[in-house]
Design a binder for this molecule. Structure first.
Ligand code: 5GP
Length: 128
């Protein structure tokens, strides 16, 4: 498996991603939260004891945060609000880290916007 950095360098903002297959239940995932707009599931390569990804069920051109337009304000708010619900549900009462990687320099490897919720250990700053 390529490193995150290598995966990010070869990733392209294609229309369909592995996350569409997860939304459509074509490949399995461990769903921890779901509402009509947002799906949250465990990351397949966890970087912390708790590592959850939150995605919009409808991408609507939002391959990454840098593609955000005014019409996306509602879903962006929903993603962050749901991240807070998930953090509480997962017992991250001492805090957690929210990450949105964007583009090659941000090490984004899947071009369907997603919010990482990381917790269950002490996070470091600055990030790598
Ligand atoms: P990015 O690097 O784009 O910010 O994050 C993509 C994340 O998706 C990575 O943390 C990676 O481990 C996760 N991921 C990639 N493929 C799959 C998959 O098939 N299932 C799950 N659950 N996570 C995946």
């Amino acid at each position: 498996m390529a490193s995150e950095k290598e995966a990010a360098l070869v990733a392209t903002p294609s229309d369909s991603t592995i996350f569409d297959k997860i939304i459509n239940k074509e490949i399995p995932s461990t769903v921890v939260y779901e509402d009509d707009k947002v799906l949250a599931f465990k990351d397949i390569e966890p970087q912390a004891p708790v590592h959850i990804l939150l995605i919009p069920k409808v991408k609507d051109g939002l391959s990454g945060l840098s593609k955000a337009e005014e019409r996306h304000i509602d879903i962006l708010g929903r993603l962050l609000y749901a991240a807070n619900l998930v953090a509480k549900q997962e017992g991250l009462d001492d805090g957690f880290r929210i990450v949105i990687n964007d583009g090659p320099n941000g090490c984004q490897s899947v071009y369907h916007i997603h919010v990482h919720v990381l917790g269950g250990r002490q996070m470091n700053w600055p990030p790598g």
